[in-house]
Design a protein around this ligand. Structure first.
Ligand code: HEM
Length: 465
């Protein structure tokens, strides 16, 4: 029987009502279930989306993947919590027991560990995708800021979780990581003590980190993420992809969310679940010997996502490397949507054809110049000796910072003159250059720093362990 409501009048309003009317479901259990699922989905998504936004190579499914990883973390986290005591040495013993005496304990722990690390990478890639497509423009500024807040929370969740196994790796990485906080002027020591719950990493730190990890941070993530998803809807859905040659608003057919978008999301989630479960079964999360405050590994490194920061501390006075540069970086990210505003290129990857070439050039230059600068600073530059008598904050902080800023300024001028790049292409160029510099610094910190944080080849690093 035809269940569609009859058209009283064939006016445009009637036709619209007809289109938006929920589908009729037969009265059986399966259909009722389907109705519940459909209305759940339509709380999250609009009923129709522009077909073009479904293009896989536009979003790469990264926001959805970040959401999936967060769900996996929440579920596995609840199970891990059931087998964990946040006090040394029991915390370590619990993790050991989890690995050997608990059903699927090891796999759960691995899944939690790898999903958490992947979430950092995926959030950063999603940030890049949004930046490259100008996805923060025209009304989406707030959502970009919410995203930045979530990125900080994701880092905070990873950092606080790092300590919980209470092994050597955790203890020393957190000791190094938290010491960075103390470089903040005036309040640094106070903040450091507050975080640690005492003068050094100990039982109070473990309890503090545990509380932050299982309550404050997840609650904030849920609040910000719900708001983030809701804003995507409120801001008129995703930005629509467009080619550099296209002018004006991109035209796109609208298709129903169910099944077009939802089917893609489900397939994507299934693929990733399969990869992650397989990975978690095959690759164990690291666990070293129990934390020993008396035996410090050499080198003692921060968690991998803070290695760029730790590397920076080797080249700049701590106040510049650990405070001024990160604040400048985060501040720039926060104001980007307010200075990079051209509505015409929303949805165009890298702004223009020239932008695509410039982004490639910037990434290449970042890959070359950053290691060259690290080597130069390691073996040639010696600002504190050359400017002896000056406070090190100036000689080893402000002076190298000013030189780096001048270098960036020169690069920007060069791009403008050589390629006639416009303002948004120059912003893109500098962003990609700095981002690739950060990646290179992080890789150098992880793979090329050995005992005493001296430069070594990666194979010497493994040999030394
Ligand atoms: C846990 C982290 C995050 C989750 C779960 C998440 C989730 C999502 C999802 C599902 C979308 C829509 C689909 C897509 O673009 O893939 C989206 C869009 C968006 N996200 Fe995120 N996101 C996260 C982090 C971030 C970060 C770090 C930023 C930037 C700082 C950001 C900024 C945005 C913006 C501006 C949009 C709208 C883009 C457009 O309309 O083209 N998000 N996010």
């Amino acid at each position: 029987m035809d269940k569609t409501p009859p058209l009283a009048n064939n006016t445009p309003l009637d036709r619209m009502r007809q289109r938006l009317a929920p589908p009729e479901y037969p009265h059986d259990d399966r259909s009722r279930m389907r109705m519940v699922m459909d209305s759940l989905i339509l709380h999250l998504h609009p009923s129709k989306v522009p077909e073009r936004t479904l293009t896989w190579t536009y979003t790469w499914g990264l926001g959805g993947l970040a959401g999936l990883l967060t769900m996996i973390l929440a579920i596995t986290g609840v199970f891990l919590q059931m087998n964990y005591t946040p006090a040394p040495p029991q915390a370590y013993l619990d993790v050991l027991a989890l690995r050997s005496n608990t059903w699927f304990g090891d796999a759960l722990r691995n899944l939690h560990h790898w999903s958490a690390n992947l979430l950092i990478v995926v959030s950063l890639l999603h940030l890049l995708r949004v930046f490259f497509t100008g996805g923060y423009r025209r009304g989406r500024e707030l959502n970009w800021l919410l995203g930045l807040g979530m990125l900080l929370l994701v880092l905070g969740a990873n950092f606080t979780g790092y300590l919980l196994p209470w092994d050597q790796l955790a203890f020393w990485a957190i000791t190094v990581g938290t010491s960075i906080v103390s470089y903040i002027p005036l309040i640094g020591d106070f903040l450091n003590r507050l975080l640690l719950g005492g003068p050094e990493v100990g039982a109070a730190t473990l309890l503090n980190f545990y509380a932050l990890h299982i309550s404050f941070i997840p609650i904030m993530v849920v609040i910000l993420m719900s708001y983030h998803f809701w804003r995507v809807r409120k801001d008129g859905g995703l930005t629509v992809p467009k080619s550099p040659e296209e002018k004006g608003e991109p035209k796109s057919e609208r298709v129903t969310t169910i099944p077009h978008l939802v089917r893609r999301e489900l397939v994507w989630a299934m693929i990733w679940l399969a990869i992650l479960i397989l990975w978690a079964m095959l690759v164990p999360a690291p666990l070293e010997g129990i934390a020993n405050p008396l035996v410090s590994p050499n080198p003692a490194k921060a968690p991998w996502y803070f290695m760029g920061l730790q590397e920076m501390l080797l080249h700049f006075h701590p106040l510049v490397g650990a405070v001024i540069i990160p604040i400048l970086g985060l501040g720039t990210l926060a104001i980007l949507p307010f200075i990079d505003i051209n509505p015409e290129t929303i949805g165009v990857y890298f702004r223009s054809r020239r932008g695509q070439a410039l982004a490639l050039l910037a990434a290449g230059l970042g890959l070359l110049i950053t290691p060259a600068w690290v080597l130069l600073d390691e073996f040639v530059l010696d600002w504190p000796a050359w400017l002896s008598g000056w406070p090190t904050f100036i000689s080893n902080g402000l002076v190298p910072l000013a030189i780096v800023l001048l270098g960036l300024f020169a690069l920007d001028e060069g791009i403008q003159r050589l390629f006639r790049a416009d303002a948004e292409e120059r912003t893109l160029f500098l962003f990609v250059f700095l981002f690739s510099a950060l990646i290179v610094l992080t890789l150098i910190g992880i793979f090329f720093r050995g005992a005493g944080m001296a430069l070594v080849w990666p194979w010497e690093l493994t040999a030394g362990h």
